[in-house]
Design a protein around this ligand. Structure first.
Ligand code: URP
Ligand code: ZN
Ligand code: ZN
Length: 455
């Protein structure tokens, strides 16, 4: 069996960092030690010199929507394209979503797994959307759990898209079922009733700059309070997806003060972009829900990430082409979502390199080990350990470069971070011991990505 020996890099796990060699045999990490002599290895060995470079566990983007069919269209990055963009960003596993067809969760789940398995070139797990309460739901949830699902996804908004479960009693029953079955409950938090009350008195013209007015931070805080209350009542494990605001963060703090142990995710766009992006003629490119907010929200979220109040950074990668995005300048009809899998690691590394309080170990935790542990992928994923999958990123922490529409690989043709300087560049990405991106060349094979049945 062929081996790869990555020599003399600085290995970063969550609990330690050490200068060492790392030996990969087949798809697994088999040895980590200070000096492994290539001559001592009986098999064919490829030596990779990583002097001056970091060696990280493969990044896990725990929130993607590749090939999202919604609102009469489909996203620019399907599974092949999303995998490719991700590989350039050191992402070796994504967690994507199966829609609820409102007939059978397990068939929705399995058909999503089959479709992804046919085209993904990186590994993946799947969360199951639940968009309607119905008779027999407990058995459906049990079946998806047994098929390898660790979490469900609920929305507190998107009535028109058919995603909203409105009745508190029904939500409470779903939370109880998940508590019983050991399924985590991931929630998109924006209180639909509050959003409707704002729209009822709104007199504006629905331009992009008004998106944060129509979907204010208070809606997020309200929804967090409500689902937090349900988690307290039922004992379900709650995971807040894409926290966007300081007010939402304050709601999280109040719940934690009351003893709720919840997991919070934010995204690079809520950390680094704000509503100034919604003022230009290309503002549609920056529309997603929840909307971009204010600089003080960026600052509050960055601080919360650095002090450990936010456990996961993921992207909510949901890319539409420039043409799709610019089809409308009315926020009611602009397709919501932006790309991000490729940009995430260098952007978060900026917080380390620019002297913020995030350490390299914490960076690995929020981008890899943390999501692996919460979603049952650890220690197969999210770890530089002997026996773990050889999902490895070789990263140059010293290169300064600029994210630009011309150097990203998403099919959507733009990055929301165009012109933003970053420090740190992915040099090589290995998936289960196979180089899938190196020297700026993409070597991923569609269909090689595996569904990871979580524990
Ligand atoms: O605008 C967004 N975020 N689109 C993706 C779907 C979602 O709400 O996460
Ligand atoms: Zn969402
Ligand atoms: Zn999402």
């Amino acid at each position: 069996m062929s081996c790869i020996l990555i020599q003399n890099g600085l290995l970063i796990d969550t609990e330690w960092k050490r200068r060492a060699d790392i030996l990969v045999r087949g798809s697994k990490i088999v040895r980590i030690a200070p000096h492994i002599n290539p001559d001592s290895i009986p098999d064919n060995v490829t030596v990779v010199h990583a002097d001056g470079l970091l060696v990280l566990p493969g990044i896990i983007d725990a929130h993607t929507h590749y090939h999202l069919v919604s609102r009469g269209t489909v996203t620019a990055d399907s599974f092949k394209e999303g995998s490719k963009a991700a590989s350039y960003g050191g992402v070796t596993t994504v967690i994507d979503f199966a829609d609820d067809d409102k007939k059978s969760l397990v068939s929705s789940f399995k058909s999503r797994a089959d479709a992804m398995g046919a085209d993904m070139s990186i590994d993946f797990a799947i969360h199951q959307g639940v968009y309607a309460f119905r008779e027999g739901l407990y058995d459906e949830l049990k079946a998806v759990r047994d098929a390898g699902c660790r979490a469900i996804k609920l929305f507190t908004t998107y009535r028109d898209a058919g995603y909203l479960i409105e009745k508190r009693e029904e939500l409470k029953q779903i939370f109880s079922m998940c508590a019983d079955l050991g399924l985590m409950v991931c929630v998109h938090c924006e209180d639909d009733e509050f959003l409707a009350s704002i729209e009822a008195s709104y007199k504006g013209d629905y331009r992009a700059a008004d998106h944060p007015v129509l979907r204010p931070a208070h809606a997020e805080a309200l929804a967090i309070e409500k689902v937090g209350e349900l988690a307290l009542e039922t004992g379900a494990q709650l995971y807040i997806v894409h926290l966007s605001s300081k007010e939402g963060l304050e709601a999280v703090r109040r719940l934690r003060d009351r003893g709720l142990d919840l997991v919070v995710e934010t995204t690079p766009h809520y950390l680094f972009l704000n509503r100034k992006k919604l003022e230009g003629s290309d503002a549609s490119l920056y529309i997603m829900t929840p909307p971009l907010r204010d600089e003080e929200d960026n600052e509050a979220l960055q601080e919360a990430l650095c002090n450990g109040e936010i456990q996961v950074v993921a992207t909510d990668h949901c890319s539409f082409t420039r043409a799709q995005k610019l089809e409308s300048n009315d926020v009611r009809t602009i397709y919501p979502g932006i790309p991000g899998s490729e940009e995430m690691l260098p952007l978060i590394h900026n917080l380390v390199a620019n002297g913020a309080l995030l350490t390299l170990n914490e960076m690995v935790n929020v981008l890899s080990t943390g999501p692996a542990k919460y979603f049952g992928l650890y220690p197969q994923k999210g770890a530089l350990r002997e026996g773990s999958d050889a999902d490895i990123v070789v990263f140059n922490p010293d290169v300064s470069w600029t994210l630009s529409n011309d150097n990203i690989h998403s099919e959507c043709g733009y990055t929301a971070y165009d012109g933003m300087p970053v420090i740190g560049h992915v040099v090589m990405t290995y998936l289960r011991g196979r180089l899938i991106m190196g020297g700026d060349m993409y070597l991923g094979i569609p269909g090689d990505g595996r569904f990871i049945k979580v524990r």
